[in-house]
Design a protein around this ligand. Sequence first.
Ligand code: CUA
Length: 307
Amino acid sequence: MNDSPSQSALNPAGAGAEEIANLFYVMAVGAGIIWTIVIGVAIYALFYPGKHDARKTRFLVIGGGAVFPTVVLTALLTYGLAMLPELQRPAPEGNQVIEVAGVRWWWRVHYRLDDGRTIESANEIYLPVDEAVEFKLTSEDVIHAFWIPSLGGKTDMIPGRETRLKLLPNRPGTYRGVCAEFCGAAHTQMALDVVVVSREDFERYLNRLAQPADSFSSPGWTVFQRRGCAACHAIRGSQADGSVGPDLTHFGSRRSIGAATLPNTPDNLKRWITETHAVKPGVEMPAFETIEDAQLQDLVDFLGELQ
Ligand code: CUA
């Protein structure tokens, strides 16, 4: 839980991200060469002896100012365009499909199982390493963009439309995904945890996720119901079936709270419940400022038991 997730397009852990990182380095080196030569020529032109030498002027203006940048920029453009078909190649059949919807300001996640069933989760995605995964992306309100910098390129999430993204993670680890399209007040706090694991661990995760919750003998379950949490949140295995907010069936096992706003600890959860709008301004969830300490503790215990 303590390892902080990587969020860098230059620390690639997936096939698409490696190409994008290479593209960046090639572009940076190309731009560096152009800059060095053009500035070098400009400095030379300022100080070179024999200011009215037409031959030298022609060389500087045409060679250094036009021909050289044209050649290098054309080469870089060709390199970049040649990479596009590879990045846009459709996903092979039979891979894991994960549906993600952007919602102000969190992520609704559905895993599609082989038997056609789907399981809902939120704000956290597990992926099997070395396997192509296809994301089907949409939005429930405004335009968001789904971006896991360490794994690949960003893709817009557009209401009423489905966009697709294929990722091929090749290094186990925890990566941070972000919303990359300004979508309102809490845009910067719309993040998610992406955990890349082995095939066996991924299946173990899906099996666990498919199980309904079973901690309803906990006193916090009564608080959850009395406080009306079920109007917005679902917990599979109970009557709580709200869909306005994130599904909480396995909330206790998640790494973070509030779409990767805070690490998932009991103290942070108390803050989230009582000072919601100080933690994440603009969020739709009401703050429960007046809840008694004992009730709050029961509620936090119950949510933590949702493993
Ligand atoms: Cu969602 Cu920015």
